[in-house]
Write a protein that binds this ligand. Structure first.
Ligand code: PGA
Length: 261
């Protein structure tokens, strides 16, 4: 059984937040810092706010992430952003294979794998997203679907590199819909994913793996989700845009952590 570690909570701001809005939100999060205990917090602003966020967070323990990267390190790729550029601006994490990228921008397990490799090459920790659609869940395909996505994303990744990967289970039907997976539904998939880690990389790597849940996480469900054995934290979308909802999510998860610790 994996030991419970302090909650890892990442806020994915998607295509929101101007530079002044970024400043205001981060200042509020920093102010709350002492109340957030040992939680590991990552903020993931749009590219245009990364520079300002890096400056504001420089002296803090809050880490910075980006929402996507291209698989080449440099070159004539108009409109793309590379691992070295993200690293240069102060990112430590990067989201790869979010369902919005898969569904709207044609991301496949193959391109997810190329981006994971690019992130690792640039010393960025990929937050790799997997998750089934409503039809897949309805058709009893949830576990095969996430297993395939897991294998595709991690193909060829070494035992050493896999330790830098954070996995996020985000059922597509729960993202931005207000319909959260129940703690039991989420735990079933998390347990399966940890099992996949064990099959491919052994017991110790599986025990160390960070597996986040994402999809309509809010203050009211953070406690009960985090109490589940295999849920190590959250990837939060909508509720990460305001300190008034993001901070209570962290606090509720910390409460659950202290209970099971
Ligand atoms: P949501 O988004 O919290 O708004 O459902 C989660 C995500 O897309 O990562």
């Amino acid at each position: 059984m994996p030991e419970k570690r302090p909650p890892f909570i990442a806020g994915n701001w998607k295509m929101h937040m101007t530079v002044p809005e970024t400043r205001m939100l981060l200042e509020k999060i920093l102010e709350a810092g002492p109340e957030l205990g040992s939680a590991e917090i990552v903020v993931i602003p749009p590219f245009t706010s990364l520079g300002e966020a890096a400056r504001i967070l420089a002296a803090s323990s809050i880490a910075l992430g980006a929402q996507n990267l291209f698989w080449e390190d440099k070159g004539a790729f108009t409109g793309e952003i590379s691992g070295p550029l993200l690293r240069d601006i102060g990112c430590r994490y990067v989201v790869v294979g979010h369902s919005e990228r898969r569904q709207i921008f044609g991301e496949t397990d193959g391109t997810v794998n190329r981006r994971v490799r690019a992130a690792l090459r640039s010393d960025l920790k990929p937050i790799v997203c997997v998750g089934e659609t409503f039809e897949e869940r309805d058709g009893g395909q949830t576990l095969p679907r996430v297993r395939t996505q897991f294998e595709g994303a991690l193909e060829g990744i070494s035992h050493e590199d896999v330790r830098k990967i954070v996995l996020a289970y985000e059922p597509v039907w729960a993202i931005g819909t207000g319909r959260t997976a129940t703690p039991g539904q989420a735990e079933d998939v998390h347990a399966e994913l940890r099992q996949k880690f064990e099959e491919m990389y052994g017991k110790e790597a599986a025990a160390c793996a960070i597996i986040l849940y994402g999809g309509s996480v809010k203050p009211a469900n953070s406690f009960s989700l985090f109490r589940e054995k295999n849920i190590d934290g959250f990837l939060v979308g909508g509720a990460s845009l305001e300190a008034e909802t993001f901070i209570p999510i962290v606090k509720e998860a910390m409460k659950a952590y202290k209970e099971v610790e």
